[in-house]
Design a protein around this ligand. Structure first.
Ligand code: NAP
Length: 486
């Protein structure tokens, strides 16, 4: 299967924070790959902006080094790299000062009719300032787009403040809030599987689905990011955004159309239908030290920190479709494997005619985000051969690497898809302001309840599946977490 590439219109993309980690690792390599496959037109311009004083040539050298480091060698063709570097420019701009803005605007206004987008790949405290400066200096236009990424606030109040401030200078239709999980091929495939096939949707409810598990597990700790992470924790850093988005796509009603607001309206309804969390539906953890290697408290440099590096939740959605189905969410650091998946576990047949039915097995749809993006459907079949009716579990596997053959090695990164959607003006895979606020409105009370309870996160061993109590959360309803496998 060969994927179709539809070129986008010429555009000017300004990357604020172009000398930073995200730009070097993700944004610039993603743009290069889109040029290499013919989606980004050679009339596009990528304008880096940051405070560092750099000539255009110096910036191009930095970009060239990023491509060397972060693009697969087989895609690095010297003539394509040259073409890409030819589209790259740089302006020294201080977001908090006056320096550089007129140069940037002059450059942009050379091409007033070209699609214009600003990617704010900078610390979040600069979002509002840059947005307002863009408007004041005349760099922004009524059609331009602005791209921001988590953290989108720290709680409901700060998220509301950010949204209100952005809305003074940009319409909602111009604001692209990235959650890169939504750019993942498998996550979009979840929508395709649900809404483009007649098979699953009639079964997609509490009558047939026993429970759902959403796991985003990391094997690394917080080393290096300790002080940032400690102000946030797993709930703010992962649940409020990534896991919430995966929950929404799994649980939402079919939208009437595949258009941005129809999809986002349905996602919002899921968040609003979530039951308030009880503290007994949550388990918090902190990884402990392992031999010479420090634990969470060492990594954040605060022996009294109560910030969670792991969280597991039992979530219920109060609507007709999901009443009675538990959704289990878990995410954490220093776990046994780096793996992200959604597991939709179906009920057993109502009447068992075969003797050896394993309560923990049966039909399940596993949507793997990483590693090896793909979808597996677990079936029970007869074990081959004579000797009686023995049953076996087999996966119907749709690993994209197999399904797409050669192409899979070049499967687009989430950022590639999302940046091209910004250029196309398609907001379907971006979060709307009210979604972000609704997610904070749900997570804030539980964070406050943890603080009020005075309880500490439970310690867990690095390389484990989290605190033992997370198993009690599922066992209470006769369920068991899937093994964490990389
Ligand atoms: P970073 O490595 O610290 O880079 C920050 C960038 O901002 C640098 O290019 C810096 O360049 C520029 N900058 C700082 N102050 C500025 C100012 N006053 N005016 C103009 N430019 C300024 O940060 P990052 O890791 O790339 O992250 C960028 C954003 O993406 C953050 O909001 C982060 O939370 C988010 N994010 C990052 C990742 C990731 O993987 N890195 C993942 C998800 C989200 P100068 O010093 O030259 O000005």
């Amino acid at each position: 299967m060969v994927s179709t590439v539809i070129p986008v219109q010429p555009f000017d993309l300004v990357i604020f924070g172009a000398t930073g980690d995200l730009a070097k690792r993700k944004i610039l390599p993603s743009l290069y790959r889109r040029l290499a496959v013919g989606q980004m037109p050679p009339e596009a311009r990528v304008i880096g902006a940051a405070r560092s004083k750099m000539t255009r040539a110096e910036f191009r050298k930095m970009v060239s080094e990023s491509l060397e480091e972060f693009v697969q060698p087989k895609l690095l063709k010297p003539e394509t790299v040259e073409t890409f570097l030819g589209l790259v420019d740089y302006v020294t701009v201080d977001a908090t000062g006056t320096n550089g803005w007129s140069t940037l605007c002059k450059k942009l206004n050379e091409r007033p009719d070209v699609i214009r987008a600003f990617y704010l790949s900078v610390a979040p405290f600069l979002f509002e300032e840059i947005a307002h400066r863009l408007a004041e200096t005349g760099c922004s236009t009524p059609e331009c787009r602005i791209v921001i990424e988590k953290p989108l606030g720290h709680d409901l109040q700060s998220a509301k403040k950010l949204n209100a401030s952005l809305s003074q200078v940009f319409d909602e239709g111009q604001i692209y809030r990235i959650d890169h999980y939504l750019g993942k091929e498998t996550v979009q495939n979840l929508m395709a599987i649900r809404f483009a096939n007649a098979l699953f949707e009639p079964l997609w409810n509490s009558g047939f689905i026993e429970h759902v598990q959403i796991t985003v597990a990391e094997s690394v700790g917080v080393e290096g990011r300790g002080s940032y992470y400690d102000k946030s924790g797993a709930m703010r850093d992962m649940v409020q955004n990534h896991l919430m988005q995966l929950l929404c796509l799994t649980a939402m009603e079919p939208p009437s159309r595949f258009d941005p607001d129809a999809v986002r309206d349905e996602k919002l309804k899921v968040i609003r239908a979530l039951d308030p969390l009880k503290i007994t539906d949550t388990v918090r953890g902190q990884y402990r030290a392992n031999g010479k290697e420090g634990g969470y408290l060492d990594h954040v440099g605060d022996p009294h920190s109560r910030t969670e590096s792991y969280v597991a939740l039992r979530v219920h959605i109060s609507n007709w479709r999901w009443s009675g189905t538990s959704f289990y969410l878990r995410t954490g650091k220093k776990l046994a494997a780096r793996t992200s998946e959604i597991a939709v576990v179906f009920k057993h047949p109502p009447h068992a005619i075969f003797p050896q039915v394993d309560e923990q097995k049966g039909n399940a749809l596993i949507i793997r985000l990483q590693p090896d993006e793909g979808i597996t459907f677990r079936m029970t079949i007869k074990e081959p051969g004579p000797g009686g009716m023995r049953l076996a579990e087999v996966p119907l596997d749709m690993t994209f690497a197999d399904a797409l053959g050669e192409e899979a090695g070049e499967m687009p990164e989430a950022y590639e898809r999302l940046i091209m959607d910004v250029v196309r003006g398609d907001q379907t895979l971006f979060m709307r302001g009210d979604e972000v606020e609704a997610a904070w409105a749900w997570t804030d009370p539980i964070i406050a309840a943890w603080a009020e309870s005075g309880s500490k996160p439970l310690p867990y061993d690095p390389g484990s599946a989290g605190p033992i109590d997370s198993y009690k959360l599922t066992m209470a309803e006769g369920h068991i977490w899937r093994e964490l496998l990389s």
